[in-house]
Ligand binder design. Structure first.
Ligand code: ASP
Length: 360
């Protein structure tokens, strides 16, 4: 443009109209993007270490807005905002934080504040939080958890990619109605099935019984199977801030294990015990006698297995009807504990509790 035409008042006006039009189109396009709220809880994804080449670091140090800042291109696909729910390594995750998270998620969807939610979380107990949320969030809108194995300060930190992928999963139209998911290292996993499989590797998650249900790669999301129990039955519990969950503990079985821990839990008057049994939820004679004492004391005892895959079958080597126990089906002990805690707020009837384990 020549300096003459620049000074032409008509040209000037035309130029400012064009700029205004461009800005309006941009603002409109941005407003059309899906609204995603990231709820941050800490973990290695928000971890910082003293140097890039050492493993030592502290989880949960970096605030959510800084994490979002590591993936600037995400603004092209979604309207993102972040909220800090907690800042803990997930080994310190608590039922109170679970409740806070679930209540906020339910509020966001009840008030239509977002189209999708991503939760950043430490990997150690991510599978537990995912399953808990799956059981208490009634909305069919997406809730996707992610995290990282390497802190933000490490060489080849995996957090930014995992977070970006989780957002692409959360905004994908195919994600709605699949319950809570975990998106990690390009895999998409069902909350009920997923399990941390490696202490340090970046492909830390898998679902031993079913495998991943999909893949997130290069901004694309593909599902290759459905969640096992995707029918979304009515949730076992409507959670409020006042909800108090009963105490359920896990006891691990191993060769020649003494039953002292079970007796201790009986003395503590816990509401439920999950036994991480061997094989098909089996345990030795000492445990058998202690389990009888626990059942006689009115404690619900659920047989699960320390084996990472397969189901614990009713009345196999152990006659559950005679012993007064229930089985976890194919839930891991840590997930069986969560389901039992929630189910016990509704009923203590063993038949109904067993049905809950075959349903959720
Ligand atoms: N201990 C960390 C946590 O669970 C590990 C991780 O996030 O990878 O918060």
């Amino acid at each position: 443009m020549t300096s003459k035409s620049k000074n032409n008042p008509i040209m000037k006006k035309l130029l400012s109209i064009l700029v205004l039009l461009f800005i309006t189109v941009q603002v409109y396009a941005q407003a059309q993007l899906p609204r995603v709220i990231i709820l941050a809880t800490g973990g290695t994804i928000a971890g910082a270490g003293a140097s890039a080449d050492r493993a030592g670091y502290t989880a949960g140090k970096i605030p959510i807005d800084d994490l979002i800042g590591t993936i600037p291109s995400v603004k092209k696909i979604a309207n993102i905002s972040g909220e800090q729910i907690a800042s803990v390594g997930s080994q310190d995750m608590t039922i109170d934080v679970w409740k806070k998270l679930a209540i906020r998620i339910n509020e966001i969807y009840a008030k239509n504040e977002a189209d999708a939610i991503v939760v950043t979380h430490g990997t150690d107990t991510q599978e537990e939080t995912a399953y808990f949320l799956d059981l208490v969030v009634p909305s069919d809108k997406p809730v996707v958890l992610t995290g990282s194995m390497r802190p933000a300060t490490a060489i080849s930190a995996d957090g930014p990619k995992n977070l970006y992928d989780a957002i692409t999963v959360a905004i994908n139209p195919e994600t709605k109605g699949r319950g809570v998911l975990v998106s990690f290292n390009e895999g998409i996993f069902d909350a009920r099935e997923v399990m941390k499989m490696s202490t340090t590797k970046t492909n830390a998650f898998d679902s031993p019984n079913t495998g991943a249900i999909g893949q997130a790669y290069d901004g694309r999301v593909e599902y290759y199977s459905n969640s096992v129990r995707e029918v979304n039955p009515p949730k076992p519990l409507q959670l409020t801030a006042d909800t108090k969950l009963p105490r359920v503990d896990i006891v691990y079985m191993y060769a020649d294990a003494p039953a002292d821990q079970i007796d201790f839990l009986i003395s503590k008057k816990v509401d439920g015990i999950v036994i991480a049994g061997v094989g098909n939820g089996n345990f030795n004679k000492a445990y058998m006698d202690a389990v009888k004492r626990a059942v006689a004391a009115g404690i619900i005892v659920c047989r699960a297995s320390r084996a990472p895959s397969g189901r614990v079958v009713l009345h196999d080597e152990i006659n559950d009807e005679e012993l007064g126990t229930i089985v976890s089906d194919d839930l891991t002990p840590q997930k069986a504990r969560i389901l039992l805690m929630l189910a016990l707020t509704r009923t203590k009837d063993k038949k109904q509790l067993q049905e809950v384990f075959f349903t959720y």
